[in-house]
Design a protein around this ligand. Structure first.
Ligand code: URA
Length: 248
């Protein structure tokens, strides 16, 4: 017997957290009865589980890494008709969802999967999985300003955890510079807000790694399947970061 939200996430319905919301919203039925209790357990081999009346299926697990271009929305649909990440996944017939988000204007490494447990493990705030970005910012921040980001800065939703920060490239005329920053959280627009707090707004932002996985020279707009070893490494990195409580 497993909790319903776990079964739904494993079946690729959505992330575990989203599945919990669906249960609470009365969208999930167990053997014909609507369930709204999060503790409810079921046996997928025996019980009939439906979402909005449609039976869930057991899908093959997919794990993709995508180099998201700027100007693409990390979402399953967009009412404004902008490009969405799944527009780029030609040849993928299973429904996959992004592991966390990248802003519309951010490019770089985005994981996609239909494995809700995997997405939950990698995005849960307790797990502190490191994410590295190249942030091209206005001007050249002083070392003391970067030290503030390293220690943690106060944003409207609280102090940020310590980050690793170093200079990556500095424009000789001082108009802009590229800073490499690794954060262990995943708050909304976090990197942009961190640089705003030191008065060096971000002009371009690219995620270059997630846990031990690096974007490398993957072309913009393309995706590939992760190898089983890469999937295991990502899971391990989430568990390791949790154990050491790194980043807070
Ligand atoms: N931080 C941001 O500000 N934006 C992103 O897309 C990711 C991290």
């Amino acid at each position: 017997m497993e909790r319903l939200q776990k079964i739904l996430a494993q079946a690729g319905v959505a992330s575990r957290r989203k599945c919990e919301e669906m249960i609470l919203a009365g969208k999930v039925q167990l053997n014909g009865e609507t369930v709204t209790e999060l503790g409810t357990k079921a046996d997928p081999a025996v019980d009939v589980i439906t979402v909005n009346g449609k039976a869930i299926g057991i899908e093959k697990k997919l794990y993709l890494v995508f180099n998201k271009p700027k100007g693409v929305i990390t979402s399953a649909s967009d009412p404004k008709g902008r490009k969405i990440v799944t527009d780029y996944l030609k040849g993928v017939n299973e429904r996959v969802f992004p592991v966390g988000r990248l802003d519309y204007d951010t490019e770089g490494l985005l994981l996609l999967t239909n494995d809700g447990d995997f997405a939950y493990l990698l995005t849960h705030p307790k797990h502190h999985v490191p994410k590295t970005y190249l942030a091209t910012v206005k001007g050249v921040p002083h070392g003391t300003e970067l030290d503030k980001l390293k220690k943690g800065v106060m944003l409207e939703d609280g102090m940020t955890a310590p980050a690793e920060v170093d200079y990556y490239d500095v424009d000789p005329d001082g108009k802009e510079s590229t800073i490499r920053i690794t954060i262990h959280e995943g708050r909304n627009r976090q990197v942009r807000r961190m640089f705003e707090s030191i008065n060096h707004p971000v002009q371009r932002l690219k995620r270059i790694s997630f846990g031990d996985l690096h974007l490398g020279n993957m072309k913009r707009g393309l995706y590939r399947h992760l190898t089983p070893a890469e999937v295991e490494d990502l899971k391990r990195s989430a568990k390791k970061e949790k154990k050491h409580g790194k980043g807070q």
